[in-house]
Design a protein around this ligand. Structure first.
Ligand SMILES: C[C@](O)(C(=O)O)[C@H](CC(=O)O)C(=O)O
Ligand SMILES: [Mg+2]
Length: 500
C-alpha cells in the first residue's frame, strides 16, 4: 500500500466513531512517518480480540449489562474461565509478581518488574487459547469433540495491567508493542509515580503524577496503537482516590487537591522529619502529628479565608486556569495577604501533599476521558455512595463513557450471600460496563492447593484418586488434556507420515 493510501486509511480510522473522541496531539502524517517503510507493523490477532471486546462493552453500555471477570494467572485458570463462559479475562500485575516474573524475583505488587512481565503472561495465555482452539477444530473434524466442549470461544479477550507504563514515553510504547504482539485486547495505565507503587504502609503512601503527566502516558500508548493500526481498548486508570502525595504542583487541574500548610510558625515537614528513624505506619503517624499543627488547606480555602467575598469572586474568576503558584502570586498582586505554603508540606522525597478521594478521582477521570476508551478509578474498598457519584459526575461530563470497577479490597464476610450476589449486578446497572476482581482466582487456587497438599501429605494417593473421579464426572478439561492435545498431535504426525 502506498504512503498516500495509508494516510487515507488513517484519516478514516481517526474519524471513525470508535476513534473520533480521542484528543490526539499528532496528525495522520506524523503517524505515517513513524510507521515502518513497507507493510505496516500490524497485529491482527490483537485487533480481532480488541474488536470482540469492543462489541461486548458496547452491548453492555447499550443494555445496562456488565462483564464481570477475575485475574487469570495461568493457562489452566484462563482455560477454565473460558469454559465457564466469561467474556473477558483480566491479567493482573499483582498475580504475576507474586508467582511468575521473568527475572525470577517474585514479591509483592510493587510494579517493579520489567515491562515485558505482563506481555509475556498475556502471550502465554493467548498461545494456550490458540492451542485449544486448534484442538477443538481437529477434534470436531475427527468426531471426538465432547458435547460440553462444542461452541466454546477459546479466545476470550484479555484486559491487561500496564501499571504506570514502566517509565518514560518510549518505554510505554515498547511495552504496548509487546502487548500487541501477545494478542491483548485492552491495556490499563495508571497515574501512579512509576517505580513507586507501595503497599507497605497502606494506601496513604500512594503517589500520583500530575494530570498532564498521565495524559502524556496515555498519549504515548495511543500513539503506538495508531502506529500499529490497533483497535486495542485503552483504559485510563486513576489511583487518586487513595493518593496522598503528588510529584509536582505544575498542573492547574490539580490545584483543588493540593494541600498547603497555613501555620508557618512550625518547621516544614522535611525539617520536622530530619533525623527521624520511623518507617511505614509509624512514619505516617509522625507525619500525622505534624499535620495536626500545620492546618492544611487547599489554596482556594486559604484565599477565601483571607479576603472579602467580592475579592474572592474576582480572584476565582481570574485564576481559573492557574496552578497553585501562579494563583498565589495573583492573590499577592491583588494585595491579599494569604499564608499558604505547599513547599513546606513536601516530605523527604520531595512529594507534595495531595488530598485524594472520590472528588479527585472524578476530576481526573473526566480529564483522562479524551485519552482513553474506558476510565476506571481504582477503588480502595467498596462504597456505594462513591460508585454512584463517580458514575453520575463522569457521565454528566462525558455521556456514555465506558466505566470500569474493581472489587479488590472490600470485606464482605459479614454480608449474606444474597447481598453479595447483588453487588456486581447493581454496579452494572449503575452504568459500569466492566468489573473485575483481580485476586479471586489466585486466592481460590491457593486455597485449593492448601487443602490438597495437606490431604496428599497425609493420605498419599487417596485424595488424588478421589479428586480425579470427581473431576471426570464434571468433565474438568485438564484431566483429559493428554488425550485431547494428543488428538491434535496425532493428526499432525499422521498427515506428515502419509505417502504423498
Ligand atoms: C488491580 C491491580 O493493579 C492488579 O495488579 O491486580 C492491583 C491489585 C492489588 O495489588 O491488589 C492494584 O489495585 O493496584
Ligand atoms: Mg496491578
Amino acid at each position: 500500500m502506498s504512503d498516500l493510501e495509508q494516510i487515507g486509511e488513517l484519516t478514516q480510522f481517526f474519524q471513525s466513531s470508535e476513534q473520533a473522541h480521542f484528543a490526539r496531539s499528532w496528525t495522520v502524517d506524523d503517524v505515517e512517518r513513524l510507521r515502518n517503510p513497507g507493510p505496516t507493523e500490524e497485529y491482527p490477532l490483537s485487533n480481532r480480540q480488541a474488536r470482540k471486546l469492543r462489541k461486548a462493552l458496547d452491548s453492555n453500555s447499550r443494555n445496562g449489562s456488565t462483564s464481570f471477570t477475575y485475574g487469570a494467572a495461568d493457562p489452566i485458570m484462563a482455560h477454565e474461565m473460558g469454559e465457564a463462559g466469561f467474556d473477558t479475562l483480566y491479567v493482573s500485575g499483582a498475580n504475576a509478581t507474586l508467582a511468575d516474573v521473568p527475572t525470577f524475583d517474585c514479591g509483592g505488587d510493587l510494579a517493579d518488574y520489567t515491562y515485558d512481565t505482563l506481555p509475556r503472561k498475556v502471550k502465554q495465555l493467548v498461545q494456550n487459547q490458540l492451542h485449544w482452539a486448534r484442538v477443538d477444530k481437529v477434534r470436531t473434524h475427527i468426531g471426538n469433540l465432547k458435547g460440553s466442549k462444542k461452541g466454546i470461544d477459546r479466545l476470550v479477550p484479555i484486559i491487561a495491567d500496564g501499571d504506570s507504563g514502566h517509565g518514560n514515553s518510549t518505554a510505554t510504547m515498547k511495552m504496548v508493542k509487546l502487548f500487541l504482539d501477545a494478542g491483548v485486547a485492552a491495556i490499563h495505565l495508571d497515574d501512579l509515580l512509576s517505580g513507586e507503587k507501595n503497599f507497605s504502609a497502606g494506601s496513604l503512601t500512594h503517589v500520583v503524577v500530575p494530570v498532564s503527566e498521565h495524559i502524556r502516558r496515555l498519549s504515548a500508548a495511543k500513539l503506538q496503537l495508531d502506529i500499529c493500526g490497533s483497535h486495542v481498548v485503552l483504559v485510563g486508570r486513576t489511583d487518586s482516590e487513595s493518593a496522598s502525595r503528588i510529584t509536582s504542583t505544575i498542573d492547574a487541574r490539580d490545584r483543588p487537591f493540593i494541600l498547603g500548610r497555613t501555620n508557618v510558625d512550625i518547621p516544614s515537614l522535611n525539617q520536622f522529619l530530619q533525623g527521624s528513624k520511623t518507617t511505614g505506619v509509624s512514619r505516617l503517624q509522625e507525619e500525622g502529628e505534624w499535620e495536626l499543627q500545620a492546618y492544611l488547606k487547599t489554596l482556594d480555602e486559604a484565599v477565601k479565608g483571607s479576603c472579602t467575598p467580592d475579592e474572592f469572586k474576582e480572584w476565582t474568576s481570574k485564576s481559573v486556569n492557574l496552578n497553585v503558584s501562579d494563583a498565589l502570586l495573583l492573590a499577592t498582586k491583588m494585595n491579599m495577604s494569604v499564608i499558604w505554603d505547599a513547599e513546606g508540606c513536601r516530605n523527604e522525597r520531595g512529594w507534595y501533599r495531595y488530598n485524594g478521594g472520590i472528588e479527585a478521582a472524578i476530576s481526573r477521570s473526566i480529564a483522562y476521558a479524551a485519552h482513553s476508551d474506558m476510565v476506571w478509578s481504582c477503588a480502595p474498598g467498596y462504597k456505594r455512595d462513591s460508585v454512584v457519584r463517580y458514575e453520575k459526575e463522569v457521565h454528566r461530563a462525558v455521556p456514555g463513557k465506558w466505566l470500569g470497577y474493581n472489587w479488590s479490597f472490600g470485606d464482605f464476610s459479614k454480608d449474606t450471600d444474597d447481598n453479595i450476589a447483588k453487588l456486581v449486578r447493581d454496579v452494572g446497572s449503575l452504568g459500569y460496563v466492566w468489573q473485575f476482581n483481580p485476586q479471586a482466582g489466585f486466592y481460590a487456587q491457593g486455597i485449593a492447593m492448601h487443602d490438597f497438599a495437606k490431604a496428599v501429605y497425609k493420605d498419599h494417593m487417596v485424595p488424588y484418586v478421589r479428586s480425579i473421579q470427581d473431576g471426570e464426572k464434571k468433565e474438568v478439561s485438564v484431566i483429559d488434556w493428554y488425550e485431547e492435545a494428543g488428538d491434535l498431535v496425532d493428526y499432525m504426525t499422521d498427515i506428515v507420515s502419509l505417502n504423498p
